[in-house]
Write a new protein. Structure first.
Length: 99
């Protein structure tokens, strides 16, 4: 009897708004625009318009220059930018190294 070829499981792909690299959704950090403002979505399940960014400083800096605001269709306030910069500073250093 022959073995059946099982279909491969679908892996959701997302694009980093900093460097435009396409990776699996789980490898990126989601930032979401909600009615309360801009939040980092650690669960990936918050309602709102989202964008994805690598856990690398250069991607975050490039994203904060404009591509993140464009992806979220919002103007980022200084308070939002400060919140996001503080988030990236608190990530473990091993997540920030080049891959």
């Amino acid at each position: 009897m022959k073995k059946q070829n099982l279909p491969k499981k679908h892996v959701a792909q997302r694009t980093c708004v900093g460097c435009r690299e396409v990776l699996s959704k789980r490898e990126l950090i989601r930032v979401v625009r909600t009615s309360e403002g801009i939040l980092v979505d650690q669960t990936g399940k918050l309602n709102g318009r989202g964008a994805y960014i690598h856990a690398r400083n250069e991607c975050w800096e490039r994203a904060l220059k404009g591509s993140l605001a464009k992806a979220l269709k919002v103007v980022l306030s200084e308070q939002d930018k400060t919140y996001l910069r503080n988030f990236i500073k608190n990530l473990p250093e091993n997540d920030l190294k080049m891959q």
